[in-house]
Design a protein around this ligand. Structure first.
Ligand SMILES: NC(=O)c1ccc[n+]([C@@H]2O[C@H](COP(=O)([O-])OP(=O)(O)OC[C@H]3O[C@@H](n4cnc5c(N)ncnc54)[C@H](O)[C@@H]3O)[C@@H](O)[C@H]2O)c1
Length: 329
């Protein structure tokens, strides 16, 4: 199998992780590293001595050897860089969120479809074995009818000035919630507050209702004492939690539910049964995500709408953002 040639643009906090994976994986060859910042470029160039370095994104597009471009730059640049790469005939892996508006995200998805190119937004959690287990529990009916889902993504963490907590953190949880529920929101409400940078919400609370009646909630904050990366799914038969901060208990299934007692005139009682911790493979989600992208480019599997899934996330973010703006004081 011939390795695919990849160029990575954006070597800030996240891009180097992608560069490491595309350099390590046997299915790809890291040919280019690109960043506007010369210092970062030099630092990462040392770590990948076989890759060429450039401050010009165009160098990746003009190189006929390059099969795929990885865009790990700030979200404001995603549309332009991704569009240019697709127009140059390159497959694109672009970090989440796909773009800053659904109009732009739609244009990118259409462009990729027209040109027969892979466009994969980097929704990392969709490649997490713990999320795959949660999806299996939902789809198999083990949890019963899904009543509601909620995500906690909190930390005293990286504070951004160009994106609020909704776009920066919410993109992760929304991708999982949409994947689990299999629908797009019918209604969405969000409230948030900006404490550190005017107009950039540090904490956002979201409430979503899906057409089926399933509801979801997200608590997103980079100004919080708890480091939480958790998704809880409440079904009418069982409940399950995916907790990415846990090392050995990534997913826990609770045999807990309310039961109606006929002998006590239909009163609701709680049933508390076993707590089960399924084994979750220890594979690095980012490596699985990069492998998935390479297999799509090689045509080993159907793209199955990865770009459209990313578009759905952007549409939901937009709905929530509109609500946030409506309710801002
Ligand atoms: N999947 C995840 O878990 C995860 C985690 C963190 C960040 N991200 C995503 O990764 C992306 C980058 O985030 P970050 O935290 O690394 O940002 P960052 O600001 O730390 O780094 C961005 C880098 O891009 C470079 N850059 C900007 N414009 C450029 C251009 N036109 N050409 C080349 N280089 C350019 C900057 O110089 C900088 O080095 C964002 O979309 C973010 O949402 C994803």
């Amino acid at each position: 199998m011939e390795a695919l040639t990849v160029g990575v643009a954006g070597l800030g906090h996240w891009g180097p992780n992608l560069a490491r994976n595309f350099d390590d994986l046997p299915g790809s060859r890291l040919k280019w590293l690109c960043d506007r910042d010369e210092e970062r470029l030099a630092a990462h160039g040392h770590r990948h001595p076989e890759a060429e370095t450039t401050t010009r994104f165009e160098d990746l597009l003009e190189d006929p050897d390059v099969d795929a471009v990885v865009v790990a730059t700030p979200v404001v640049t995603h549309f332009e860089l991704t569009r240019d790469a697709l127009l140059a005939g390159k497959h694109v892996f672009v970090e989440k969120p796909l773009a800053l508006s659904s109009t732009w995200a739609e244009q990118l998805a259409e462009l990729a479809e027209e040109r027969g190119l892979v466009l994969m937004p980097g929704h990392l959690l969709l490649y997490h074995p713990g999320v795959a287990k949660l999806k299996e529990l939902v789809d198999s009916g083990e949890l019963g009818r899904i009543l509601y889902v909620y995500g906690n993504r909190q930390n005293l963490g990286q504070i951004r000035r160009d994106e609020n907590a909704l776009w920066s953190l919410g993109a992760h949880d929304l991708s999982v919630i949409l994947h689990l529920v299999g629908e797009e929101p019918a209604e969405a409400w969000a409230r948030g507050e900006s404490f550190l940078t005017e107009g950039v919400e540090d904490v956002v609370f979201c409430f979503i209702r899906f057409p089926s009646g399933v509801v979801a909630h997200m608590h997103l904050s980079w100004l919080d004492p708890h480091k939480m990366r958790r998704m809880t799914v409440v079904g009418d038969q069982k409940m399950a939690v995916f907790d990415d901060m846990e090392l050995e208990r990534k997913v826990t299934v609770y045999d807990k539910r309310p039961e109606q007692q006929t002998e006590t005139y239909g009163e609701w009682m709680t049933r508390t049964g076993d707590i089960f911790v399924p084994k979750i493979p220890n594979d690095e989600p980012l490596r699985l995500e990069c492998q998935h992208f390479l297999s799509l480019v090689r045509g080993d599997r159907e793209p199955a709408g990865v770009a459209r899934d990313g578009l759905a996330v952007v549409r939901s973010l937009e709905l929530l953002q509109a609500s946030l703006e409506r309710t801002a004081v």
